[in-house]
Design a protein. Structure first.
Length: 186
């Protein structure tokens, strides 16, 4: 399911800490992003399934399921496999490295520097836009290849018919030569 980039990027922020969520929403809103907030993993998955997001900011620790489980669900669905996800990880527990290994696009260590998270959000959104453009180009190329394959099949059919007509014509000419030769001999 290809999603088109919206003029205003829509970000889903998932964190069990309401103050972190509110701070992210406030600051990202000032940068021109629309931020949807969730404090539970299951709710985040429901939101992702219900509407398209351009990016997910996902805490590794959530009350109902781990952020890694949510990431696994996102990557496990063909509809959301390419959805950009930046994990919000505790620095000392190695969860950032584990998140990258599990398919996160990036991670920020908590407590995070908002300038760094903004830069990572912008970079990840830009990369996602390039990926979407590449997908659209590939689909257009696939369509052109399919059209050319159909044309090639039609030309091959016409060529086979022309060769068959040529063989019949050559056989008719040969038969006429035989008849002419027999008429002249008689």
């Amino acid at each position: 399911m290809a999603t088109r980039r919206r003029p205003v990027p829509v970000i889903l922020a998932v964190d069990d800490c309401r103050s972190s969520l509110n701070a992210l929403a406030h600051r990202l809103g000032h940068l021109g992003h629309l931020v949807v907030l969730s404090d539970r993993g299951a709710e985040a998955l429901d939101l992702i399934a219900a509407r398209g997001f351009d990016l997910v900011l996902l805490d590794t620790r959530l009350p109902d399921m781990s952020g890694m489980e949510v990431l696994g669900e996102i990557r496990g669905s063909r509809h959301t496999a390419d959805l950009p996800v930046i994990m919000l990880a505790d620095g000392e527990d190695g969860s950032g490295t584990a998140a990258l290994a599990a398919g996160a696009d990036d991670y920020c260590v908590k407590p995070f520097d908002f300038e760094i998270i903004f830069a990572r959000v912008e970079r990840t959104l830009a990369r996602a836009a390039r990926l979407e453009e590449l997908k659209r180009s590939n689909l257009a190329l696939d369509a052109r290849i399919a059209a050319r394959a159909i044309e090639l099949g039609e030309v091959r059919g016409e060529l086979a018919a022309t060769r068959a007509d040529r063989s019949r014509l050559a056989a008719s000419i040969q038969a006429l030569h035989v008849q002419i030769g027999q008429s002249q001999a008689a």
